[in-house]
Design a binder for this molecule. Sequence first.
Ligand code: CTP
Length: 406
Amino acid sequence: MNDLMGKHIVLGLSGGIACYKSAELCRALIKEGATVQVVMTEAAEHFITPVTMQALSGRSVYGSQWDAREPNNMPHINLSREADAILVAPCSADFMAKLLHGGADELLSLMCLARPIDRVPLLLAPAMNREMWAHPATQRNMAQLQQDGAAILGVGSGDQACGETGDGRMLEPEQLLEDLVAFFQPKLLAGKRVLVTAGPTFEAIDPVRGITNLSSGKMGFAIARAAREAGAQVTLVAGPVALATPRGVDRINVRSALQMLAACEAQAPRADIFVATAAVADWRAADASEQKIKKDGSGLVPQLRFTENPDILHTLAQGERARNGALFCVGFAAESHDLLANAQAKRARKGVPLLVGNIGPATFGLDDNQLLLVDAQGSRELPRASKQVLGRQLIAEIARRLGRHE
Ligand code: CTP
């Protein structure tokens, strides 16, 4: 994807063992379409060489405020004016303390202080030992830095280079990338709660068998991520899929349609928007066996009986909050033919203001799709694009219908 196309990122490295992850981060930013200018403190150069960062970024690295390469000899001004964002990763405890006080005795802190504060956001990815992280001084500094307008990207938890275990690890490069991409998205759903269903359901026949379908869950996960990027608080009710949970999204794993319904009914009273992308199995075994059904050698096959599953979307769309406009419901339709007619009919049947049609067999398992939005006014096509791009477009459409514009 090219989620950072056209963005120029100044990647600052302060001293910490997490500098080894910054090499991967630099590559990831460039792969996503950004240009990257690396600025390193002297301490960072003890952990990783400027040669490595130059080779990966394709630009010579800056490390000194006395760098004569700049015609005006003011790298702190020039570099910060070019940037769409400054990301300091890793940001050491010492570097945070320095930023807090407006210290400016080397290039990276000088550049952060000199940046146009309204135009060039500063994002910090802290990295330190767990005791340093938990120390009141660090926590106090962070709170103040946030008040001063910096975005703190949080930390990971786990084994630390020092041998201890706890909070304070720098986030992984792909997590930082996801956070940075999200940072640039318009906050169209700030303050809203979004509930999304995704993936197939699995209906047990016995403890080892069941019926399910080919839904990959990718479209629903992309919508959950897009909603989160737009500033919403997102709960994703996921059927059995092996996809990674988008950053910042609360995930509830379920297996069957009945479990999915229960999870959705529990969440719906707090939700403002419900997007049903799950391919819920229409039927489940009427009497699932508690024990594995065995062949008995007679050649006779078991006679399975099915019963219909509840319609989760229809149930929530008929609820009081949906009917009085407090819960905006969006359905999906995976069709094989006559998309517009089927989608229009399904929208009416489900009782939802917006239904999103797609051709199931043309998209199952793929990373891209093509959508048809159907509402009371008519229909609109979202042409083929990655599911993530389509997810963002759909979220923007939903926001528009709720009166929120960019
Ligand atoms: N859906 C649901 N619960 C079900 C079945 C479907 O919430 N038990 C939701 C899906 O998540 C989707 C929409 O309803 O948003 C349409 O699902 P689909 O399976 O295409 O519709 P059906 O009602 O099963 O219609 P048909 O089988 O005729 O295509």
